[in-house]
Design a protein around this ligand. Structure first.
Ligand SMILES: [Zn+2]
Length: 526
């Protein structure tokens, strides 16, 4: 790999001559040296679902892909038959919340037993200054552990630091050191097993935010979050916002939505973004506010949609538009994308009816409006949304419980409506794409219960939703599939997604994640 000085001294002159913008190259770092991969099983996810063996990456893009690419004079990596997929696009999650967590936030979405979780926390703590908090906030679930519970106080005491964990779908624990720290601040934790719940849990989170968060710690968390999910194959996140709080909040899903992007913006300015981030703006104006649409009107007046660089870009309004019909009208008039989520049949039916009213006045058919989650959904609703050019985001399965809880993947796959994959993870469920894909394929949640009825997908279909199908939702055509001219976002997997036993899908990781030709994660194969 060339270092930056070698690159500037050598190739930059050529790329300048070729008309590339040197300032942009310096601002964003540079593509790693051109690379060729050979002897792989490269699933392109192109329109023909081609599987090829070689790809040549040049200047951050795919120069050639097929079974014989010209690789003379280029650094060549023999994949030894390993499986390669396009970088995964999570078209709606809460990575910006994860990037603003207090403490040394340590996602635990890749471990499946309590001893492995404790080992991961201990490994993390080894590099952390004495006395500082190790946290896992929102990025784990009790359901994922074979024990079907969270680690308790005595288990977490194996970590020689204060530990505070809050699981998606509820449950929080402290170890003895954390308990002592919080009790020293006046927050009583009466349990003996480390359980902290209700008001004390919120106050503890707020106290930790108040006392430890700085722009520097947030930048560290933002980088850690993006790198953690690069190890799981995500190369593009579309963030769906947070609930706004001016002050440090007691809520896992709350942040200051005016400042929470700052750590990511700082990393982008420094050219350090390991993966791509797309930002949507969540608004919650009351339909009865006076003057109307106090925050949404300012957003539409003072921000730009789809503005930024290839690493970090704004998007639309969501995952709440707020403001009722007037809010939707304002967004349609401004020509922005809009997204709301639906949690039940009545909810999604109401959202669609409102969009039909607005669409009759101000056409939205070219604005790619989205409804996400849709656990309850049917073909009639799909027809009505499709008539307005809308799309649905589905996923968020691993932590759902119940019978036939949807979404109806099979029906959607056979329907012309635009559909894509989202995890919705970061606060109420998990982001790990392999946990989500495993549910879509097996129909089982993290506890092994069947939740999808007859609506499960093939592996090819599930991966398509998380890659090529999400081009439409990101509104970018040059990621999501491995084709000549596209950005070089690809993942070399540690096992073959297409043939491993179903129960092993959840364990898949990346050996090598490349984003725009830059190595974002490398397990030593390059
Ligand atoms: Zn969400």
């Amino acid at each position: 790999m060339l270092n930056r000085r070698q690159f500037i001294g050598g190739t930059a002159a050529l790329t300048l001559g070729a008309g590339l913008d040197l300032k942009r190259l310096l601002a964003q770092g540079t593509a790693d040296a051109d690379m060729a991969f050979i002897n792989g099983r490269i699933h392109t996810m192109d329109a023909a679902n081609r599987v090829v063996s070689q790809v040549l990456i040049r200047n951050g893009r795919i120069a050639t892909i097929g079974d014989t690419v010209p690789s003379q004079g280029v650094r060549t990596i023999n994949l030894q038959g390993r499986t390669v997929i396009p970088g995964i696009i999570d078209a709606h999650n809460h990575i910006v919340l994860v990037g603003n967590r207090p403490g040394w936030n340590t996602p635990l979405e890749h471990v499946f037993t309590i001893p492995d979780a404790v080992a991961a926390l201990k490994a993390r703590a080894a590099g952390v200054p004495r006395g500082e908090f190790i946290t896992t906030i929102g990025t784990m679930s009790a359901m994922q552990f074979d024990e079907r519970r969270l680690p308790n106080l005595s288990e977490l005491d194996a970590v020689d630091h204060p530990v505070f964990i809050i699981a998606a779908q509820g449950g929080a624990r402290v170890n003895s050191a954390a308990k002592a720290w919080f009790e020293g601040k006046g927050i009583a934790i009466p349990s003996t097993d480390g359980t902290i719940a209700g008001m004390p849990q919120g106050l503890a989170l707020q106290m930790l935010r108040r006392e430890t968060l700085t722009l520097e710690t947030r930048k560290r968390s933002a980088m850690d979050a993006m790198q953690y999910y690069a190890r799981l194959g995500i190369t593009t996140h579309r963030d769906a916002g947070a609930f706004h709080s001016d002050e440090p909040s007691t809520g896992v899903a709350n942040e200051n939505t005016n400042t929470m992007h700052n750590p990511f913006l700082a990393l982008d300015r420094e050219g350090k973004m390991p993966v791509r981030l797309r930002i949507d703006f969540l608004h919650q104006d009351s339909p009865n506010a006076n003057p109307p649409l106090p925050t949404l009107s300012q957003r539409l007046r003072n921000s730009f949609p789809f503005f930024g660089d290839e690493w970090l870009k704004t998007g639309g309004i969501g995952e709440f538009t707020g403001g009722g019909l007037e809010g939707l009208r304002a967004i349609a008039k401004a020509g922005w994308r809009a997204e709301d989520h639906a949690l039940n049949l009545a909810g999604v039916t109401g959202l669609i009816a409102n969009r039909e009213i607005v669409n009759a006045e101000i056409p939205i058919t070219n604005l790619r409006w989205i409804i996400s989650h849709i656990p309850d959904f049917n073909m009639d609703l799909a027809n009505r949304m499709n008539a307005m050019g809308m799309g649905v985001l589905v996923g968020w399965g691993p932590t759902r419980t119940g019978m036939n809880v949807g979404p109806p993947y099979r029906m959607l796959m056979n329907h012309p409506i635009h559909k894509g994959y989202h995890s919705d993870g970061g606060d109420i469920t998990v982001i790990n794409p392999w946990l989500n894909l495993a549910t879509m394929i097996t129909g089982k949640n993290l506890a092994g219960q069947q939740i999808l009825g007859d609506q499960n997908l093939t592996r090819q279909e599930a991966l398509w939703l998380a890659t090529a199908a999400n081009k439409w939702f990101i509104w970018e055509d040059d990621i999501g599939s491995l084709e000549t001219g596209n950005r070089a976002d690809l993942v070399v997997l540690d096992r073959d997604f297409f043939t491993v036993p179903e129960d092993d899908i959840r364990k898949i990781r990346s050996l090598l994640t490349v984003v725009g030709g830059r190595i974002a994660h490398n397990d030593g194969i390059v």
